[in-house]
Write a protein that binds this ligand. Structure first.
Ligand code: TYD
Length: 139
């Protein structure tokens, strides 16, 4: 399988519909917004201040991470380079390629981290040990 770098992971602008009177609406549509079809949506909320999430990589899964509310920082690591993204705009998402170690931190009060994923929940797709991740990247 192709090994991607953190520079293949980018901020995606979502299709935003603005109304001065009624607020905003964002659309993510299979076949249009992303290079993968969404099979699963999950979200993190009520993350206590100072807590971290993530600390794992996925072998095959790709995903879009959206700060649907509030803000947090996502640091991606491809085993050689790290890149940090501060997410605080509900109309943007961070497109994460497979094989990236990710750490999520600095959650603001009320932050909602919404994740659109290319696969159903598959524990075998996770790498949760950093040493194993580095070995996987070198395979
Ligand atoms: P985990 O992936 O460890 O969360 P994070 O990396 O964001 O800190 O998942 C936390 C728990 O939720 C773990 O017991 C697995 C479970 N879970 C599911 O059952 N289905 C899912 O789709 C996800 C993402 C997690």
């Amino acid at each position: 399988m192709a090994k991607y770098s953190v520079f293949d992971c980018t901020i995606v602008e979502l299709d935003k519909h603005h109304s001065d009177r009624k607020g905003n609406l964002c659309v993510v549509e299979n076949g249009k917004t992303l290079p993968f079809d969404v099979k699963r949506v999950y979200y993190l909320y009520d993350v206590p201040g100072g807590e971290n999430r993530g600390s794992h990589a996925h072998r095959d899964l790709e995903q879009l991470i959206i700060a649907a509310s509030g803000s947090f920082r996502v640091t991606l690591d491809d085993g050689k380079c790290k890149r940090s993204f501060f997410l605080n705009r509900p109309y943007q998402g961070l497109y994460v390629k497979p094989g990236m170690w990710r750490d999520l931190e600095d959650f603001s009060s009320g932050a909602v981290c919404m994740v659109l994923a290319s696969e159903l929940y598959t524990p075998e797709d996770y790498i949760r040990e950093y040493d194993e991740f580095l070995r996987f990247r070198e395979e």
